[in-house]
Design a protein around this ligand. Structure first.
Ligand code: ACO
Length: 336
């Protein structure tokens, strides 16, 4: 049967490290508060005119190299992000220009922390139907330029970091469904009832006047706003639901999964999900300490880091789950 598989991955974070102590004088926060509540120790921030498409380019070049393919073999680009280079056109177009692959479709996915799983799912549909053979799926974010770096923004601004992760998804003919590497399934969800629980209110086109005014800037509406407690409550419910759904669809038990790649928003969320399923520590590992929440980039960064750390090996059955703004959530199961 014709299916898709992750052929190779790559990741990139900008060199500048920003520790919790670096944030303390800016935001009236402390290393102790951030570590205790989130597990985050540091994050990476871009410097100068570096945009989401630049980080995406670096991660993509590494993934292409690791896959041993030529960029001319890529049939489609799917770039998940919430921090676009510009309002329009989509950031995938800027990445396409920098990558030098004109002509192929370039699509932006705006599903925040679940963006990579949405991207993977879209790629899978195109490959299963035989439309495309090789698709570059990326998650990339430059959060640092969009955060309120004053005490007003501390509840959110300490949580995010910049980075990118990329995957080359290719068509594969599955002969042995129990042994071959392929994407078993993706399950996607959203509930826009909660769209304003984690969002950036302005600029926007749902205004009576101009989409951006001085008043919006003065009121800080250009920065992310979050009802942290409600996001937390939904995250620890929806991620397990998405995993259960995927297990059921594939007639698998939690013990059948060799490795888990969870979205990294808060170490407490991950610990609660792992505890709920009694997942032993050696079956997952966290990147939030080093990179904070890199939103759409988190899952591909997690896969890439786990491979390089020797934790995620070829042939393992992997489950991935994410939850984020929208609210959006979803899961993927694949044999690596
Ligand atoms: N430093 C110091 N104090 C702070 C900070 C900070 N950075 N931020 C908030 N505080 C203070 C608040 O002012 C408040 O003080 P008060 O009690 O005097 O009013 C107090 O700390 C709140 O503390 P807690 O109640 O312990 O906070 P909580 O346990 O809710 O943790 C957190 C906050 C970490 C944000 C948590 O709610 C969370 O992780 N939520 C989920 C975030 C998430 O999953 N996001 C989704 C993905 S992001 C995406 O999709 C783009």
């Amino acid at each position: 049967m014709l299916r898709s598989k992750i052929l190779a991955t790559g990741m990139y974070v900008p060199p500048k490290v920003v520790t919790n102590n670096d944030l303390a004088p800016m935001m009236d926060t402390s290393d102790e508060w951030i570590r205790q509540r989130t597990g985050i120790e540091q994050r990476h921030w871009v410097e100068g005119k570096v945009a989401t498409s630049d980080l995406a380019l670096e991660a993509s070049l590494i993934a292409i190299k690791n896959a041993g393919i030529d960029k001319s073999q890529i049939d489609m680009i799917i770039l998940a992000n919430l921090s676009p280079d510009h309002e329009f056109p989509g950031t995938a177009c800027f990445l396409q220009k920098k990558l030098g692959v004109p002509g192929i479709p370039a699509l932006d996915v705006r599903q925040q922390c679940t963006g990579f799983i949405y991207g993977l799912s879209i790629a899978d549909q195109y490959i299963r139907t035989g439309t495309y053979k090789t698709i570059l799926v990326i998650g990339a974010e430059v959060h640092s330029k969009g955060l309120d770096k004053t005490p007003n923004g501390r509840e959110i601004s300490v949580l995010f970091g910049d980075g990118a992760g990329a995957a080359i998804i290719t068509a594969t003919e599955v002969k042995d469904p129990k042994k071959d590497s392929y994407l078993y399934s993706t399950h996607l969800h959203a509930d826009g009832t909660f769209a304003e629980e984690l969002w950036v209110p302005s600029p926007g086109f749902d205004t009576t006047g101009d989409r951006l005014t001085q008043q919006m800037m003065d009121e800080g509406l250009i920065y992310p706003k979050m009802n942290g407690k409600n996001v937390f409550v939904h995250a620890v419910k929806r991620m397990p639901e998405a995993i259960e759904e995927a297990l059921k669809a594939n007639e698998l038990k939690i013990e059948d999964i060799d490795f888990f790649v969870f979205h990294q928003a808060n170490l407490r969320i991950i610990d609660m999900v792992a505890k709920q399923f009694s997942i032993p520590e050696h079956k997952y590992f966290n990147t939030i300490q080093k990179y904070a929440n890199t939103t759409a980039a988190t899952i591909p960064i997690g896969i890439d880091e786990a491979v390089r750390a020797g934790k995620l090996k070829k042939g393992m059955l992997v489950a991935s789950a994410a939850f984020g703004s929208g609210f959006t959530w979803g899961s993927a199961i694949f044999r690596f």
